[in-house]
Design a binder for this molecule. Sequence first.
Ligand SMILES: Cc1ncc(COP(=O)(O)O)c(C=O)c1O
Length: 442
Amino acid sequence: MTNQSLAKANNLEAFWMPFTANKAFKADPRLISRAQGMYYYTNEGREVLDSASGLWCCNAGHAHPKIVEAIRAKAGEVDYVPHFQMGHPESFALAARIANMLPGSLDHVFFTNSGSEACDTALKIAIAYHRMNGEGTRTRLIGRERGYHGTGFGGISVGGMPNNRKFFGSLLPGTDHLPHTHNIEQNAYSRGQPAWGAHLADELENLVALHDASTIAAVIVEPIAGSTGVLIPPQGYLERIREICTRHGILMILDEVVTAFGRLGAGSASERLGVEPDLMCMAKGLTSGSVPMGAVGVQKYIYDCFINNTESGVELFHGYTYSGHPLAAAAGLAALEVYQEGGLFERAREMESYFEEAMHSLKGEKHVIDVRNLGMMAGVELAPREGAPLKRAYEVFLNAYERGVFLRLNGEIFAIAPPLITDKSHIDQIVDVLRQSLKAID
Ligand SMILES: Cc1ncc(COP(=O)(O)O)c(C=O)c1O
């Protein structure tokens, strides 16, 4: 290496970090060199409890030995197989396992490499389905304010996070948005699904009246909005969206990138909440975060429409070089086995009431204006500091990190979602540290 390239290798400048305040991070970096079970280990060897399953993905805990072994073995056996006109047995096996886990007739699985790609794939399948089905005018896509569907152009167009949209031009044409459901005046400190807000689903009827059903392909919502701060659906809300979609021939896409694979103590939020979508986006917990992979669950009638209406040749002109990558498929199969053998979804369900009590014990702490939860997900919302929005929560985040707990921060909201292997002492530690940090910060 030349002196110049060594100097480059030794600094943090080259990596333009995603969704990160690069200047602040690089001035005071938090580097993690190892992860095991519930913990991260910093470069200096300090143990940091992970309260967020990484980014809602490491549901089996970090570096689960079975998943590690499956990846290791597969890497030595087959590095890559294209899935364009070729196949690898384990990606078929994984698709079957996922389909088996999903409710109703979500019998088919399309593989992607991320949640963003899963969302864009689901949106594209929805539009293409209507065209295949003789309704090519249905191209409009409806999302929701405060929705997050990744960072592809499809995802940000239906998403409802202003900063994720405003820098990126005119986005997809023909999108519209439902109102979000978050209302602290009505629903503060709700445990489980809040009582107020099902009527907000009726806004979909207004959008149908405005645009006409014949122009609308799909509605996409997260069952629980994760990235905008754990917004739990009001009782009856998702059911009403489902009814309206069915009534008007609009496909319902549930973005379960966060909620599938045990986060709510079931294979999916759809199963837990009893609302079956036409298409379901998944990622994250699919491989327990170990290898990038996303997927779209597809109803049998949609898949059949493509297969039956294509004389011969390719039925869907869409896919990725790494769709169903052997390493990801091996990691996914191992993760599903770990979930099943360890009874981790059931364990999450059992832990839910302890988690709920612990999180709600933060009510009354300085700055806290709401706590909400469902499954192993909770949001703790802080009042912004006057004249300095986001500063207080960021200081609490830094303070907690120094005390040995990694918290996931979304604006003024902490999203707590520990790995499903968590036990009561970990939950106590998260809450104790958050409490101390709240007390320490003005
Ligand atoms: C609901 C939801 N959809 C999509 C995504 C995007 O996933 P990825 O970052 O893997 O592209 C995320 C990521 O957090 C998410 O929470």
